[in-house]
Design a protein around this ligand. Structure first.
Ligand code: HSE
Length: 371
């Protein structure tokens, strides 16, 4: 059985990964060893069988004994460990959620329902580093893969509505704390049906701008608001999140020589863990809407085409419906007024599942099946 090292399994992505691996019985098909950066010697997590205690995640000798390592520990850990580990001669497979190695020439970005052939070709030529993609990019590709697979995308813009979880666990707490602050501040006004809406609105605006309104993480109100900036600036005026759309999509699709132009604005909104995106797609021709819809909906078992009706949209195409599931609904599909080769669509996906954990465990499965 494959020797698997697990690092960073307790954080937010790591916990979701653990849940999925237990649900899919992944640990029954390998020999796992759990590592820690701070609690060496403590008990390993309960996976239903006897396990050695937690091992030191900086012990290169122990790490080098693993055939596969999955890390959700974060970029600083990857940066510190991967160089010395490879220098020591380790030939194992490194599967990572962090972005550190994503754009390296000896790494592939994994999203197997979309780029299984790129992954298989990489394995055949000896690639050993397999990195999960940016969540927004992975969810966009899960939704739109049917169009890419047919070569129908000339360029696209994606305008995003990204959840608090993409920023991290403490940001999710801050969002809920902001909601509580607003709810408590307006409770008395809200309870009185005679209160004029202008009074409630004034109270909310006052609270959003209050000195003690909780914003240490986001740096601005997100509840009853939004933040049109994610990650750090790039020199060309994009944010890094926006930059990833172009470079990661084309790397995932293996289109190094002929990249498809992709750009847009990335916006943080008050959703908990679902990223949503509105697309404008310039098609390579006037492809009939029914053919486009069929290609979108049939591409993989997780994408679901939602009819462009109010009832279906409200029931099926919202973060409330999708959160905690692997489903990637795509709806509001129609041609735009700009012309017959312009398509719009809207999709929602859980950024902790297809956006982070799921591609990692599926890569492990691909390695298990190759043995
Ligand atoms: N960078 C993403 C975000 C998260 O901030 O929403 C995961 O790739």
């Amino acid at each position: 059985m494959l020797k698997l090292g697990m690092v960073g399994w307790r954080g937010m992505v790591g916990s979701v990964l653990m849940e999925r691996m237990l649900a899919e019985k992944d640990f029954e098909r390998c020999e796992p060893l759990f590592f820690t950066t701070s609690q060496t010697g403590q008990a390993a997590p309960d996976i239903g069988r006897e396990l050695p205690p937690l091992q030191d995640a900086h012990d290169l000798r122990l790490l080098a004994d693993m055939e596969v390592i999955i890390s959700c520990q974060g970029g600083d850990y990857t940066q510190a460990v991967i160089g010395p580990l490879r220098d020591s001669g380790w030939q194992g497979y490194w599967i990572d959620a962090a972005s550190t190695l994503r754009m390296e020439s000896d790494s592939l970005i994994i999203l197997d329902p979309v780029n299984r052939s790129v992954i298989d070709a990489g394995l055949d030529r000896g690639i050993k580093n397999f990195i999960g993609g940016n969540c927004t990019v992975s969810l966009m590709l899960m939704a739109l893969a049917g169009l890419f697979a047919n070569g129908w995308v000339e360029w696209l813009t994606t305008m995003t509505y990204q959840s608090a979880s993409g920023a991290g666990a403490k940001y999710m707490r801050e969002l809920v704390a902001q909601m509580r602050y607003l709810g408590e501040g307006s409770a008395a006004l809200l309870d009185d049906p005679a209160t004029a809406i202008a009074a409630i609105d004034r109270q909310v605006t006052t609270d959003l701008n209050a000195d003690d309104f909780p914003t240490p993480c986001f740096g601005a109100p997100l509840a009853a608001a939004l933040i049109p900036w994610i990650d750090r600036p790039m020199e060309n005026g994009q944010t890094r999140e926006e930059w990833k759309g172009l470079v990661e999509t084309n790397k995932i699709l293996g289109r190094g020589e002929a990249p498809i132009p992709i750009d847009g604005q990335c916006v943080r909104v008050g959703a908990m863990r679902c990223h949503s995106q509105a697309f404008t797609i310039k098609l390579t021709g006037d492809i009939p809407l029914d053919e486009l819809e069929a290609a979108l909906g049939e591409h993989n078992p997780w994408v679901r085409l939602i009819p462009n009706t109010k009832a279906a949209t409200l029931t099926e195409l919202t973060p409330a419906k999708v959160s905690g599931t692997l489903s990637v609904p795509i709806g509001r599909v129609r041609k735009l007024n700009m012309g017959k080769d312009y398509l719009t669509a809207f999709s929602v996906g859980d950024q902790l599942l297809w956006g982070a954990a799921e591609p990692l465990r599926r890569m492990l499965e691909i390695l298990q099946n190759r043995r």
